[in-house]
Ligand binder design. Structure first.
Ligand SMILES: *Cc1c(COP(=O)(O)O)cnc(C)c1O
Length: 430
């Protein structure tokens, strides 16, 4: 609580009012910004959104009830928010070349709930990637609504390639005849063969759904192929590589438009978060710029450089590398668990997460791997040279420190982290 509130505080013109009224919270906002600035942020699902997006999020649009859709609201006074949502929808359709967009889902999980709501009834079958091979909780994992309400069957990766086992997907689809086939996940370093999934879905008459939460930003920036031409429906988050506000969205083929809209509202949600919808519109426009395309390309090159250099140092990338913004690494050769690696890196100023690797012998809360991603450091302007430096620092922290911030190696790595960050600061002061 001793955080100094500097005049260069990032939080804009309304911040002094917050500081005056509620210094406890105001100071936490500042110390969280300090925390984001102080470390090398390698959480693959995080990014640093723009001042323009933050301004939209902090707006009075948060006050407005707008249940329904533009021109068809359950409340009066929607003239301005109608225009905001129409812009967000038009920009999303343009950006992704989609027939239809719904920008109201509050989060990735809410978007996914709506897709289930549109296409399956409780007890019906869905085929998705298993969580322990890179899927997501909302893909039918037993503690999630999706696993409790639907009959989920899971495919995984092959032991040999550590990439999706398409033969297994086809075999399971033929055996179970699922209503939905779902592709995508949270720890999938390689490109997904959408055409192969489409062919399997067509063969068994399933809806083909892509959960593009992690990689949609790379699609927006033209760095990897798009699932939109192949899939019936694509759900995504807006806050990962895409770099918008925390939230979700869905794009789909025209034939599913009415179903998807009804599933988001009124089936799953009440009033949309119009400040977040405005921020999504701002973000979609940002993603259509040459600067963002350059960014998306650099995210992929940086992830490859980071994965490659970690591999050179004995921290093997699963599948041998990455085509996207993230890589998954097997720590068994260096003899450290994922949990210990996470802790050691954290003490050394590098923020990443432990992650199960395919066929992991450890329990999920220990894990044999780590997951690293390049979206945040790339936003800060880092390039491949810095990624190789960061890989060396990760290796040093993981293999030579013990998780105590006072350990000499932790201190040494933190000093080098500070040097890298001084050239590439997050949210540089104006
Ligand atoms: C992040 C993620 C989600 C969930 O997003 P939230 O906004 O956290 O609800 C869903 N699916 C996948 C594949 C994800 O990576």
């Amino acid at each position: 609580m001793s955080t100094e509130v500097r005049p260069d505080s990032y939080y804009g013109p309304s911040f002094p009012a917050l500081l005056e009224q509620d210094p406890e919270i105001a100071r936490l906002l500042v110390s969280e910004l300090d925390r984001q600035r102080a470390g090398i942020q390698l959480i693959a699902s995080e990014n640093q959104t723009s001042p323009a997006v933050l301004a939209a999020l902090g707006s009075t649009l948060s006050n407005k009830y707008a249940e329904g859709y533009p021109g068809r609201r359950y409340y009066g006074g929607c003239s301005e928010v109608d225009q905001v949502e129409e812009l967000a929808i038009a920009r999303a359709k343009e950006l992704f070349g989609a027939d239809h967009a719904n920008v109201q889902p509050h989060s990735g999980a809410s978007a996914n709930q709506a897709v289930y709501g549109a296409f399956v009834k409780p007890g019906e079958k869905v085929l998705a990637m298993s969580l322990d091979h890179g899927g997501h909780l909302t893909h039918g994992f037993k503690v999630s609504f999706s696993g409790k309400w639907f009959d989920a069957v899971h495919y995984g990766v092959s032991r040999e390639t550590e990439d999706i086992d398409y033969d297994q997907v086809r075999d399971l689809a033929r055996e179970h005849r699922p209503k939905i086939i779902l592709a995508g996940g949270s720890a999938v370093p390689r490109l997904i063969d959408f055409a192969a999934f489409r062919a399997i879905a067509d063969e068994v008459g399933a809806v083909f759904w892509v959960d593009a939460a992690h990689f949609i930003g790379l699609v927006a920036g033209g760095a990897i192929p798009s699932p939109v031409p192949h899939a019936d429906v694509v759900s995504f988050t807006t806050h990962k590589v895409l770099r918008g506000p925390r939230g979700g969205a869905i794009v789909c083929k025209e034939e599913h438009a009415a179903k998807i809209d009804r599933a988001v509202f009124p089936m799953m949600q009440g009033g949309p978060l119009m400040h977040a919808v405005a921020a999504k519109a701002v973000n979609f426009a940002e993603c259509a710029t040459p600067e963002y395309r350059e960014y998306a390309g650099r995210v992929v090159r940086n992830a490859a450089a980071l994965a490659g250099e970690l591999g050179e140092r004995g921290i093997r990338p699963i599948t041998g590398g990455t085509d996207t913004h993230l890589s998954l690494h097997d720590l068994r050769e260096v003899g450290v668990t994922g949990a210990d690696a996470e802790k050691r890196c954290d003490a050394a100023g590098i923020v990443l997460n432990k992650n199960a690797i395919p066929f992991d012998p450890e329990k999920p809360n220990v894990a044999s791997g780590i997951r690293v991603g390049s979206p945040s450091v790339t936003t800060q302007g880092m390039g491949e040279e810095q990624m190789r430096q960061v890989a060396a620092l990760i290796h040093r922290a993981v293999t030579a420190s013990d998780g105590d911030p006072e350990h000499p190696v932790a201190r040494e790595v933190r000093a080098q982290v500070g040097e890298v960050l001084s050239a590439f600061p997050a949210y540089p002061a104006a």
